[in-house]
Design a protein around this ligand. Structure first.
Ligand SMILES: C[S@@+](CC[C@H](N)C(=O)[O-])C[C@H]1O[C@@H](n2cnc3c(N)ncnc32)[C@H](O)[C@@H]1O
Length: 280
């Protein structure tokens, strides 16, 4: 007979990002991103794949032909483990590999499609863009989405409310836990649309299209991102992780009450770029 503790040890612990990837608004953004590719492909790469949410979209939207090959790269071993488990039925067709976006262990020109979702702002973006272009075949497509473009991330003057979220969490950290010296959040909004377009052009890509999508995030959407390890680490650096998540989650409802709204908007920017077919 197994004890409850033994069962617990064997039970699969979901990755902290998985709850967010199941939120309908987030699925909608990735669906809209993938929809920009019109023709199914055989060779696809998902950079900074996390738990593989974009690969789920590729499958659901019929973007992969029957004998496809997919490669997912990330630097988070626990996310890769979750992705391997989620896609175990595709053994032989999908590989999940620990590698940074800036240095992908794949030969030049392998991919017909490269996706890079909700992650470029965490990487060395110019280097990661060059690396994306390097692994793309002629005629291949690159899709990037990010919620950290400088001018579109916080629509409808929502920057203030997003600031209130971390400010309330910090206040609770100070007052209830004596944490007075929490470093400032790591800034992620570094690049504008023009900066990203210039990076894509410098990397040799063209036919660039840019789309904007404003998502209204409800209370559960915001709590889901607050429970993501990486978000909590960036918002409340140096605070013990579980405490940081609790403080942020605890600040969600007061933040929405102050907004006098059930939702907070977030602006996503989606880029599509192509590596032009080789001139004959
Ligand atoms: C917010 S998650 C997005 C995951 C996935 N693309 C999705 O849309 O569901 C960001 C991911 O970027 C990864 N990441 C951060 N910096 C990276 C880097 N330099 N190279 C590769 N992956 C990176 C993190 O480990 C994390 O899994």
């Amino acid at each position: 007979m197994t004890t409850r503790a033994e069962q617990g040890q064997g039970a699969k612990q979901p990755h902290s990002y998985e709850e967010f990837t199941r939120r309908p608004f987030y699925i909608g953004i990735n669906r809209e991103t993938i929809r920009l590719v019109k023709k199914p492909v055989k060779y696809a790469v998902d950079i900074a794949t996390g738990t593989g949410a974009m690969i789920t979209q590729m499958l659901e939207q019929g973007l992969l032909i029957r004998d496809f090959q997919v490669r997912g790269y990330d630097i988070d071993e626990s996310a890769l483990k979750a992705a391997k488990s989620a896609f175990r039925n595709f053994d032989g067709q999908m590989l999940f590999i620990n590698a940074p976006a800036e240095n992908i262990p794949l030969k030049n020109g392998w991919a017909q499609l490269v996706t890079f979702a909700n992650a470029i702002h965490l990487t060395d973006a110019p280097a990661a863009t060059r690396e994306s272009a390097r692994i793309m075949d002629y005629g291949a497509t690159l899709l990037i989405n990010t919620a950290y473009e400088t001018t579109h991330a916080y629509p409808e003057k929502s920057a203030h409310s997003w600031g209130i979220l971390t400010a309330l969490a910090r206040k609770a950290a100070r007052e209830n836990h004596g944490l007075n010296d929490i470093p400032n959040p790591v800034p992620l909004r570094q690049y504008s649309v023009d900066d990203y377009v210039n990076m894509l052009v410098s990397a040799g890509l063209s036919d660039i299209e840019v789309y904007f999508h404003t998502a209204q995030m409800d209370k559960e959407d915001v709590k889901a991102i607050c429970r993501y390890d990486e978000f909590a680490r960036i918002a409340l650096p140096d605070v013990e992780l579980d405490l940081a998540k609790d403080l942020l989650v605890g600040a969600v409802e007061p933040m929405l009450e102050r907004r006098k709204s059930d939702t907070i908007p977030r602006g996503w920017t989606i880029f599509k770029a192509r590596k032009l077919p080789k001139a004959t």
